[in-house]
Design a protein around this ligand. Structure first.
Ligand code: SAH
Length: 350
C-alpha cells in the first residue's frame, strides 16, 4: 500500500465513498509532488521532451499572435502545467527572434508541484518567472497562454447508465482495496447511451477554460491547448494510469502512477464563451502546417548522422498518425478580433 492509499482508505472509511474527481485530484497532487516523472527513466514522455522543435514552433506561433495583438509592450505569457520547463525554454529561445517579444513578456507558470517548480526554475534561470498555484492568481491583462498535457491531468467525473438512468461512479475501499461503487447523480447534458455505458465530464476543465476565456475576452490574446482526446463528446471510459511507460490499474499504487483522461474538446470549445475557437486539429497536421519538417532539416544540418536520425525520428513520433500525430489535438481560443492564428487558416472557423 502506498501512503496515499492508506490515507484515502481511511478517509473513505470515515466519510464514505469519494467521487472519481476527488480520487484523481488527490492522486495528481501526490504524483506530481514526486518531481521528475518524465522521460525514458520516468513514467511517460511528452512532446517537448521528444523534440525541441515542438516548443520552438509554439514559440514562433506565440510571436505571431503577439504581433497580431498589436505587439503590446507588456503582456502575460502563461504556461499551465510546465513539467520540466522544457517547452517554455524552447518557446522563449524561438520567440526572441521577434524584436520586443521577450522584453514585453511577463512570464507566469501555473504549477502546484514544489519539486517541478524547482526543475522549472533551473530550466528558466535566465528569465524572470512568477509561479502561481492556480490560474486565478495570474494578474489581468493581455495574455498568451499555452498548455501541453495540462487538461488531461485535471480531475474528471464518471457517470454510468443503469436501468434507473444515470448514476455517478465513486470510489469505495475494503480490505481487498479500492473498488467502484455507484451513487446518485447525473451529468448535465448526457449523450444517447447504451446500458452500462460510461460518460465522463470535467467540471475542472470547464472552470479553467471559462476563466481563461473571460480574461481573453476582456483583455485580448489567445490560448493554445494541446492534449490527447476526442473532438466530439461521446461515451467511453478513458481514465488511465501509466507507470514506467506501461498501463496499470487506476487503483494500483495511487500516487505512484500518472492518472489522466482523454480531453473532450467539444466541451472545451463550448466553455470558451466570447472567444473564437480554432480546431481542434490533429497535432501532426498542425505541426506540419507550421513547418516542422523544414525545422528538422535545419536542425540536423551539419550534425553527426546519429543526431540527425534522432531529430528525424522525434519529429516522426510527434506527427505520424500511428504515434502522437492523430490522437493528440491542438485547439486555439482567441479574442474575436485577433487574426486567425497560424496552423488554423486552412480550416473553416467555428
Ligand atoms: N506540459 C508538460 C508537463 C505535462 S504533465 C510537458 O508537456 O512535458 C502535467 C503538468 O501539470 C505537471 O507539471 C503537473 O504538476 C501540472 N498540474 C497537474 N495538475 C495541476 C493543477 N491542478 N494545477 C496546476 N498544475 C497542475
Amino acid at each position: 500500500m502506498t501512503a496515499l492509499a492508506t490515507e484515502l482508505a481511511e478517509r473513505i472509511r470515515q466519510d464514505g465513498p469519494i467521487s472519481i474527481a476527488d480520487y484523481m485530484s488527490a492522486v495528481a497532487d501526490a504524483y506530481y509532488a514526486r518531481g521528475d516523472v518524465f522521460g525514458v527513466a520516468g513514467d511517460f514522455i511528452t512532446a517537448p521532451e521528444i523534440s525541441q522543435t515542438f516548443g520552438e514552433l509554439i514559440g514562433l506561433w506565440c510571436a505571431v499572435v503577439w504581433q497580431n495583438m498589436g505587439a503590446p509592450k507588456s503582456f502575460h505569457l502563461v504556461e499551465c502545467g510546465p513539467g520540466r520547463g522544457t517547452l517554455m525554454k524552447d518557446l522563449l529561445r524561438a520567440a526572441q527572434r521577434a524584436p520586443g517579444f521577450l522584453a514585453g513578456a511577463q512570464i507566469h507558470l501555473v504549477e502546484r508541484s514544489q519539486a517541478l517548480k524547482g526543475m522549472q526554475r533551473a530550466a528558466l534561470r535566465n528569465h524572470t518567472v512568477t509561479w502561481h498555484e492556480d490560474i486565478a492568481a495570474v494578474p489581468d491583462g493581455p495574455m498568451i497562454l499555452v498548455g501541453n498535457e495540462f487538461l488531461d491531468a485535471l480531475p474528471i467525473r464518471q457517470f454510468q447508465k443503469t436501468g434507473d438512468g444515470w448514476s455517478e461512479r465513486h470510489v469505495t475501499a475494503d480490505q481487498r482495496g479500492f473498488a467502484f461503487t455507484l451513487r446518485e447523480g447525473a451529468p448535465e447534458n448526457p449523450p444517447a447511451a447504451n446500458m452500462g455505458a460510461v460518460f465522463e465530464t470535467s467540471p475542472a476543465i470547464v472552470d479553467f477554460v471559462s476563466q481563461i476565456s473571460a480574461r481573453i475576452a476582456r483583455s485580448g490574446g489567445a490560448a493554445l491547448l494541446i492534449d490527447y482526446g476526442h473532438g466530439v463528446s461521446a461515451t467511453g471510459e478513458t481514465l488511465q494510469a501509466v507507470k514506467k511507460h506501461k498501463p496499470c490499474g487506476i487503483f494500483e499504487t495511487p500516487g505512484e502512477a500518472d492518472l489522466t483522461a482523454h480531453v473532450d474538446f467539444q466541451a472545451v470549445a463550448q466553455a470558451a464563451n466570447g472567444l473564437k475557437v480554432y480546431g481542434p486539429v490533429a497535432q501532426g497536421t498542425w505541426l506540419g502546417r507550421l513547418g516542422i519538417k523544414l525545422r528538422g532539416v535545419q536542425l540536423a544540418k551539419g550534425k553527426p548522422a546519429e543526431t540527425a536520425r534522432t531529430i528525424e525520428s522525434g519529429i516522426r513520433r510527434l506527427t505520424e498518425p500511428e504515434a502522437m500525430g492523430a490522437l493528440f489535438k491542438v485547439i486555439a481560443l482567441a479574442h474575436p478580433t485577433l487574426a486567425t492564428p497560424d496552423g488554423f487558416q486552412q480550416d473553416a472557423e467555428r
